[in-house]
Structure formats: C-alpha cells, structure tokens
Design a protein around this ligand. Sequence first.
Ligand SMILES: NC(=O)c1ccc[n+]([C@@H]2O[C@H](COP(=O)([O-])OP(=O)(O)OC[C@H]3O[C@@H](n4cnc5c(N)ncnc54)[C@H](O)[C@@H]3O)[C@@H](O)[C@H]2O)c1
Length: 367
Amino acid sequence: MSAGTRGTGLAPFDHTTLGQRVLFGSGAAVESTARVVSDLGAQRVLVIAGRSSAQAAHDVAAALPVVARIEEVAQHVPAERAAAAVEVAGRSGADLVLTIGGGSATGLGKAVALRTGLPLVAVPTTFAGSEATDVWGTTTDGVKRTGSDPRVLPRAVVYDAALTLGLAPGAAAASGLNAVAHAVDGFWAPRADPLNAALGAEGLRALVPALQDLAAGQDGLAVRERLLFGAHLTAVAFASAGSGLHHKVCHVLGGAFGLPHAEMHAVVLPHVTAFNAPAAPDAAARLSGLFDGTAAATGLQRLHADLGGPRGLRDLGLAEGDLPRAVELVLPSVPPSNPRPVDAAALAALLRAAWAGAPVPDEGVQR
Ligand SMILES: NC(=O)c1ccc[n+]([C@@H]2O[C@H](COP(=O)([O-])OP(=O)(O)OC[C@H]3O[C@@H](n4cnc5c(N)ncnc54)[C@H](O)[C@@H]3O)[C@@H](O)[C@H]2O)c1
C-alpha cells in the first residue's frame, strides 16, 4: 500500500441520503407551498389535512388549484382510509397530493402516492419526521405493514414553525422526543454509518436543548424552529440508517395495540437505550455529552420526566396481559445487527420495564 492509499481509521461505508427539496421559513408556508406546487407544474391539488390542521390547510391551500379535500386522517393509516383516499384522488383527477398536518396526514398522503404515483408535497405541523422518509405504513386488523418506496418520498417539504404553535406543549414534547428517537435508534440501526450518525447527532444538538427549554416553560416560535430543524435532520438520518430495535418495538405496539405514536416513542426510548448502551459506547457517549455527562438512558428518561409525559406504556393503555403477545410479535423483527443480542427473556424484561415506567438501570448494568 502506498502512503497515498493509507486509511484514516474510518471503516468503509455505503451511504444514501434521499434527495428532496426543503423550504424552511417561519410564516412562509403559503408562499413557499404555492411556489413548490407551481414548480411541479400541478394544476389539480388533492389536500389532505386533519381537523386540527384545518386552519393551516385553509390558509396554505387558499391560493392553490384545489380539486378535493380529505379531513379524515388517523394514526398508522387504516387500510380502508387509504383505499378511500386513493378513490378520491382518482375521482377528482388530482395531479398532486398536498398534506398539511402531522405524521397521520403525511402517512395518508404517502398511501395515495404509493398507489397512484402522484407527486407528494408535505407541510408538517408536528416533529414526526415522516415527510423526510420514503417509508409508508398501513394497518389492517391491527397488523401494520410498512415498506419503503421512492414514490412516497415527498418531492418537497415546506417547514413553517408557526404552524406547529397550535400543538400544545405536552404534544410538542412527545413529538420532539419522537424526533430524538429517530437519531438515537439510527445510531445502531442496520444501515448506520458515520454520515447518518453525524446528521442524527447534529439533529440532537438542536432538539435536546430545545426540549430542555420547553420543559423549563420557555415555549415559542424560536423553540419550535429548533425542534422542526432538528426533527428534519434526525428524520433524514433515520431514513438513511433504517429501523433499529426501538422502531421495531414501537411499530408493533402502535399497529397491534393502537398506542399513541409520539407518546409511546417517548416512553420506550430510554429503555431501549438502557439495553443497548453498554454495547454501543459511541452512541452512549454522544448522548451523554448532551446531558452534561449523565448516562444516556438516564438523561433521556429525566428529559422525558421533566417534560411531564406519561411514564409507562400502562399509562398509554397497554394492558399487562398484552406483554407476552407484544414480545412474540416484536422478536422476529429484531434487527440481527442490534449491538446486543435480544432473546425473548431480554425483550420481556425491556417491555415490562417500559410498561411499568420503571427507572432505567445504571449504564453498564446488563439486564
Ligand atoms: N413513515 C415514517 O417515516 C414515519 C415517521 C414518523 C411517524 N410516522 C407515522 O406518523 C404517525 C404519527 O405522527 P404524529 O405523531 O405527528 O401524529 P398525528 O399526525 O396523529 O398528530 C398527533 C396529534 O396532534 C394533532 N396535531 C397535529 N398538528 C397539530 C397542530 N399544528 N396543532 C394542533 N394539533 C395538531 C393531531 O390532530 C393529532 O391529534 C404514525 O402513524 C406514525 O407511524 C411515520
């Protein structure tokens, strides 16, 4: 090997960041969305926006050539709603789908884009991050199917933090922790690499202090801007790194037991982190650095507590008797690349701790 080909100490990697236009600006949603829709040459817009985003949708869509509107959105995209939305898209002759709202509105738009091939534009009002991924999901009889497809990646995303101000601080906190989970789980996900880790870490540098401000009662546009910016970065990291153990757990709990998405992520994350951290020192160190040296899982759980979220999955409606079935459903989907091997006993202990809202063990203590 010549001196010129000597390595730098970085392991080889094969990375993809999804290509997408992103417009970021508070108070600019109306203008930015009109520009994006016009640039895509669309003349017949289907608007999907849940009722909580009705005002935002009214304002943003006022100057657009709207041919149909859908207001019925639900978490985890029930298959019958997806089918109904596809029918509306066909009947109205829509040539573009515009979603305004949280992950539920984006998710329904993705279901339409998947079946019709129509271009999708997303205007997010939460920090769920679905708008930056090519992952779709639909739920039939309590079983959530997901997949990735380039057709569901929004061609453009319009971020306007003013649209998130309607989200109450508690809901914003849970949604922000959902965004934190994208980065943390990305650190040990199947396609984790130094580039998506860097994106995730930068996202956390925006999210964690913003959530600490929120916990201290300092809410406002500046906090929401940092949350939205961080949420985008961590979602880009997640889209690149894939789903790790945390997302596999939450995917099953959301689909099979209908638990609220963001709150469930907020509860589960410290427990998955406590489990994986002893075998993922780089991830643990990145997180600990954000919490002034406090151990990663403890820092995450304290942040969650300071934000006042529900402590355990039982507080979100999961029955104790559902735990064995949850273990059964999650186990086959655990990524083989998880830094620690996961067997049924370990998973049962992790889920029970998350269910009870138990304090996470000190780092280095293996369950
Ligand atoms: N495919 C992906 O990559 C991906 C990533 C993250 C989340 N998701 C999916 O997204 C869904 C969860 O997204 P979510 O947490 O944003 O939930 P959501 O869209 O259901 O929104 C949560 C709640 O906030 C309300 N809301 C949204 N925006 C508001 C606003 N500006 N003001 C007031 N209320 C507002 C909604 O009405 C709802 O009650 C789940 O189905 C999840 O699976 C998918």
